[in-house]
Design a protein around this ligand. Sequence first.
Ligand SMILES: [Zn+2]
Length: 544
Amino acid sequence: MRNILFLAASALAAGSANATPPPRMPLPPKLIVAISVDQFSADLFDEYRPHFAGGLARLAGGTVFRNGYQSHAATETCPGHSTILTGNHPAHTGIIANVWVDQGVKRSDLSVYCAEDESAPGTSSSNYKVSPVHLLVPTLGELMKARWPGSRNVAVSGKDRAAVMMTGHNVDQRWYWNGKTFTSDLTGVPVPQALVRADAAIAAALAEARPGLEPTPYCASKARPVPVEGGGQPVGDGVLARAAGDANGFRASPELDGATLAIAAALVDEMRLGRGNDPDLLAVSLSATDYVGHTYGTEGQEMCLQLTELDREIGDFLSALDARGLNYAVVLTADHGGKDVPERQRSAGFPGAQRVDPALAPATIGKALVARLGLKGPGLFGEGSFGDIYLDGHLGAADRKRLLTAAVAAYRAHPQVEAVFTGDQLAATPMPGGNPTGWSLLQRARASYYKGRSGDLIVLLKRDVTPIADTSRYVATHGSPWDYDRRVPILFWRNGFPARGIERPVDTVDILPTLAGLIGLPYDFSKVDGLCLPEAPSASCPSP
Ligand SMILES: [Zn+2]
């Protein structure tokens, strides 16, 4: 089934008619297209690789690092996107989670969203002012703009945080879906015609119901209803049909990615990206795979339909670039991996897969500890049953110490908890490097620890524990320090360069140095965690 938004966007319809790619392009490229597929685990890439026939098949014919790693413990969207084009782990980007707790913030909502400016009056972590203010390091696009005055730094995304973390502070255009429309946090940037047309097409598409997608035989082979615990609907045999006006159904489907890519292609034309003297950067974050994973899990017919359409949509997008004769390079990776619903996992060789015990909520544990220790207040704060947990800042030093000791013991005593580290312990741990498969849990947590934003303690759950108990909204997720959430594909592609499969583990922080080598961009080695990957197409890796 062809996405209605593609047909509405003449830019892509024109490109997909051209089936023959142009000849091998000279170095260096004039346009870097950096694609992040949200929640596209290496497990999914490995499984679906034989079934891809479109854009993902083309990119899988480039230089394939199938063992890429978002090597840190906090495998969430914001930290993950912050590594892709900065060359830095979250410990250095400062983006330690999607949401953290700041008890010093001057508003009643102490939760702080990673891509907001919490000093903006009247805001909260759910009604926020989008901003890059928390990102502490420059992005590739910013380094390009500093080096070459004509370079443009552009992002289109299904999520604001992905667009912000892939482009940073000095940005030409940045557009993202806000649940109703594509919008931007940039001021003084005229709205491109591409956006006006896309918004009209999306509004028209949303107003009508969408029939289900036609499953391929492979997808149909996965169609089996699986009941989920925690109040949610069964998953597994859906076809991604949507009622008229259902915006959540829009984003948890190939429609959102189709719109994102259509806007990206139209911006290439409207901004004449890749046609100037200086190279441009176009960051594209495709969020629907993540929403499909959260809503239906990763091993049902729904994800199969999503990936089938994604493959075709990326193919149409690349064909549109070919049709314009652009000299471009592509890197594709993911912000984190993902994991299926435990109910289906149990019948797929993971008998221990289970949902988290709601008693692990920081409010519950905090209340019990406060009562036991004779303290006042909530005791503990946190955004979920794992990750960063914070001690109540109103407590005196002696009480904080007692509470910390008791909280560490309480979490460690729980059978679903694998490890608990204190902030002081992490601050004293050297930053890890080298092969990310060999990192200890302490090192993984260190790579996403930033003093002042991270918790007073970091709680890591056992493997195969899904940290969602109430499944009325989402049934599956990511965020753990385990490899199903850390391992992601990293694909580099240039037209005419041979296929190359690399098994050695690499890191998403290696992407910036590798792309810098490709376009001859100098950077300060001492300010980047990653290393240039010499296997990528014609990258000339500079020596430190
Ligand atoms: Zn994500």
